[in-house]
Design a protein around this ligand. Structure first.
Ligand SMILES: Nc1nc2c(ncn2[C@@H]2O[C@H](COP(=O)(O)OP(=O)(O)OP(=O)(O)O)[C@@H](O)[C@H]2O)c(=O)[nH]1
Length: 320
């Protein structure tokens, strides 16, 4: 059975999808507006520069872009959208009067997902917009499933490994600092045994949210590293700052006040932290695994010394 047109496919978000309509002729914009108003949240631009500005401010789900415009034309706008990280993946449908024979091919080769000829047929526009939004939202969903931990909503191990490789290469290139905090919940097996697996899951969600709330720089990453273990990747963060942050996280996790009768201290759930920092000039033999290994060794040391504490070490020359 075909779903009625007003039933959004399941990958669609609960909010109204956001469309940016771009045409330098107000009459054409109005036609598009009348065709799509109601079902979508619409933004409009009457030129290329304005389109780029609105796109980066509003991050629409889909852009309907006129090809022939004064100033920046549609091809230039699309090329610039692709150069910006935030707008690079926004699908674009070109809308244009039939030009030369190869215009459709040119539009698709430039990276547009589709091409709609003017004068537009409203039901064709609505159908194509719907199709491309569905593809876009399915892609978003797959990306989320591939890179986000299902239980806690923070990054998963795959995302951590990829970001660590990127940040490691950057730190080596610039000789900049890169820190990693491994956070492991203390006596978590006992917690599960005492309070049940469901309560264990809830506790992991609370700890993840706590880490995310306090690891705040836009370049930082909080990830679930394994069962009851998390990682905080901190680019451009030297040993002292990383240690201070780890101490703060230690206090914040404890301050959650999650009761744990067999916890390490104070009858509440705590975590141990292992911190590793790389600094100074690049060393050709160094690999990201070295930073992970060092953080892991520090975590082990924190556990060995009685848990609910921070241990830290540095990879690289002193004062580098
Ligand atoms: N509820 C829940 N438990 C999990 C999850 N992942 C791992 N665990 C549990 O976490 C526990 C980890 O136990 P251990 O590795 O022995 O560590 P621990 O009991 O925390 O002891 P220390 O780390 O030495 O303080 C195991 O019982 C796992 O089953 C999860 O997603 N949900």
């Amino acid at each position: 059975m075909v779903a009625p047109e007003h039933t959004p496919p399941s990958a669609w978000p609960a909010r109204k999808p956001r469309l940016l309509l771009v045409d330098d002729q107000p009459v054409q914009l109005q036609v598009l507006y009348r065709t799509l108003a109601g079902e979508y949240q619409l933004f409009m631009a009457t030129g290329g520069e304005q389109a780029l500005k609105v796109a980066s401010e509003q991050l629409p789900d889909l852009i309907l872009l006129d090809v022939v415009m004064d100033g920046l034309d549609g091809f230039e706008v699309l090329a610039r959208l692709r150069q910006q990280r935030d707008t690079a993946d926004i699908p674009v449908i070109f809308v244009t009067a039939r030009g030369g024979e190869d215009i459709e091919t040119r539009c698709l080769e430039a990276g547009a997902v589709d091409f709609i000829p003017k004068p537009i047929n409203p039901s064709v526009v609505r159908a194509r917009v719907r199709t491309h939004l569905t593809l876009k939202f399915q892609t978003d969903l797959l990306r989320t499933l591939a890179y986000v931990d299902g239980l806690t909503g923070v990054a998963n191990r795959r995302q951590l490994d990829q970001r660590l490789a990127i940040e490691w290469a950057r730190a080596q290139r610039h000789g900049s600092a890169l820190s990693l905090i491994l956070v492991d919940v203390d006596h978590f097996k006992a917690y599960n045994d005492l309070y049940g697996h469901q309560a264990g899951d809830d506790a992991l969600r609370l700890v993840a949210a706590c880490l995310r709330e306090h690891v705040r720089r836009s370049t930082d990453l909080v990830a679930r590293y394994g069962g009851e273990e998390f990682a905080c990747l901190l680019p451009d963060t030297d040993a002292d700052d990383a240690r201070a942050l780890a101490e703060a996280l230690l206090a914040e996790v404890r301050a959650l006040g999650i009761p744990h009768r067999q916890g390490a201290v104070g009858g509440v759930l705590t975590a141990s932290m292992g911190v590793a920092t790389r600094r100074g000039p690049a060393h050709p033999g160094w690999q990201p695994a070295l930073l992970l290994g060092l953080a892991d060794a520090q975590l082990y040391e924190a556990k060995r010394l009685g848990r609910a504490r921070v241990c830290a070490a540095v990879l690289g020359q002193e004062g580098g």
